[in-house]
Design a protein around this ligand. Sequence first.
Ligand SMILES: [Zn+2]
Length: 255
Amino acid sequence: MNSTLLTKSLIDKLWKASHLIRKAKYAVAFTGAGISVESGIPPFRGENGLWNTTDPIFLEIEFFRKKPLQSWQKIKEIFYDSLGDAEPNIAHQVLAKMEERSFLETVITQNIDHLHQKAGSKYVYEIHGTYKQLVCTECSSEYDMSFADLNYLPPTCFVCKGILKPDMVFFNEPIPAFAKKRSFEEAQKCDVLLIIGTNAEVLPAADIPIKAKEHGAKIIEINIKPSHFTNTVTDIFLQMKATEAMSELGKLLYL
Ligand SMILES: [Zn+2]
């Protein structure tokens, strides 16, 4: 996709968005696949989505429980062989600087790629979990993935020899209760919600902007195409790539 032409109307909207962020008492970002695409991470859904080329059964929790080896072989190929090398882009970096300069309180993300933390964000709620941590299916011990040797699959627990599972939400698996609870608290508390790169088609993520709006937050949305938020809850729609919009907002906030 070519870079977006900065029209007068877009410049005006960017300025208004930066003004809202400046005035905000408690701004929160809500991110999805669209922020990481430019770090080379394919989205799951939509055109060019992972599920066009890969059978999503490997990420179903029932399949993982029955056939952990097959599931792990595919998971390793999709996530672990590439995600470790992915680097945050300017959109992640601007969010981290916003937090550092107190323009932003927290990031709620649907991404499992750990790129917000890699960029320096400290308060991140990962509602779909993270690839970076593994959890034992037997005793619930947790490990940083750097402790696991993925040359031998499936990786097993050092404590009980149980099979380790990536600590991300599989299909038909519930959202981690703590992250969900905190995300909704943040949505209710914020006075500005910055939606970046997500249509949030899946529940409960889809409810976060709605909840924020119900509690009086102004909604700034950055997406390359209108989403179902655009004409319902969004106050300022920046139809741009995440990197372009965040880079412009970063300049306007003197980051
Ligand atoms: Zn264990």
